[in-house]
Design a protein around this ligand. Structure first.
Ligand code: KIV
Ligand code: NA
Length: 269
């Protein structure tokens, strides 16, 4: 990073190191992640991680815009991508354009991401031809959890050929990158080797052109369930638990606030 301007879809494609990406939903988390990341993704996973939903299907465009604005405000280095939520783009290319244009205009994000392969190729082409950079999302598609039959690894048997076709279709349609989620490693590797655009893996392959994780997962802050592909690089849940317990104890013992925190008393007592 030059320190002068934010990553763009174009500059992400010219990196000579893997694209470093995390999800971010809030300004303070974006501020902490931004110096280290090339791409911040405002994922619709926020429905589960921040709002306690049991799938991403209830996430709305308004939620994505509010959190997208928060992440754009908290970042200056990384390119910001915002997920189009379930029901906001699948009906037609026109519906997708209207949603994506509103998301881009109201947040200042650099691109959008949408789930789907062959069936979304026409839509991806419609958006990219009209000035909206798109990241595809293939393999496990959480918005299709009910047709997938749960959150599971995909790419076995006949699925492998379908996912390979999806990868080719989103690339041909003009996506500048594609997320591959929860897909057997050899398939994710083969897709990465075949495509001219960067693949961004989550539960995919070290060969991918980049990696993404849900921030709260890798920080050990969201522990409801943890798929095998998550590595905990931190254990914030433990630290939050300890801090809150210490606070509760201090309040109950009347140790907080002390003179230090009280205006009108001498400090340092
Ligand atoms: O919503 C999300 O967080 C995502 C990433 C995990 C790729 O789509
Ligand atoms: Na998502």
């Amino acid at each position: 990073h030059t320190g002068t301007r934010r990553h763009t879809p174009r500059s992400l494609g010219m990196l000579d190191t893997p694209i470093v990406s995390l999800t971010a939903y809030t300004t303070p988390m974006a501020r902490l992640m931004d110096p280290h990341c090339d791409l911040l993704l405002v994922g619709d996973s926020l429905g589960m991680v921040v709002y306690g939903m049991d799938s991403t299907l209830g996430v709305t465009t308004e939620m994505m815009i509010a959190h997208g604005q928060a992440v754009v405000r908290g970042s200056q280095n990384a390119c910001v991508a915002i997920d189009l939520p379930f029901g906001s783009y699948q009906q037609s290319p026109q519906q997708a354009f209207q949603t994506a244009a509103e998301v881009m205009a109201r947040t200042g994000a650099g691109c959008v991401k949408l789930e789907g392969g062959v069936e979304m190729a026409e839509t991806i082409q419609f958006l990219t031809q009209r000035g909206i950079p798109v990241i595809g999302h293939i393999g496990l598609k959480p918005q299709a959890v009910h047709t997938h039959g749960g959150f599971r690894t995909v790419g076995r048997g006949e699925e492998a050929e379908q996912i390979m076709q999806d990868a080719q279709a989103v690339t041909d349609a003009g996506a500048f990158a594609v997320v591959i989620e929860s897909t057997l490693e050899p398939l994710a590797r083969a897709i990465t080797e075949k495509l001219p655009i960067p693949t961004i893996g989550i539960g995919a392959s070290p060969a991918c052109g980049g990696q993404v994780l849900v921030g709260e997962d890798m920080l050990g802050l969201f522990t409801d369930f943890t798929p095998r592909f998550v590595k905990r690089f931190g254990n914030l849940a433990e630290q939050v638990d300890k801090a809150v317990a210490d606070y509760a104890h201090a309040v109950r013992q009347r140790q907080f606030p002390s003179a230090e925190q009280c205006v009108g008393l001498p400090k340092g007592k």
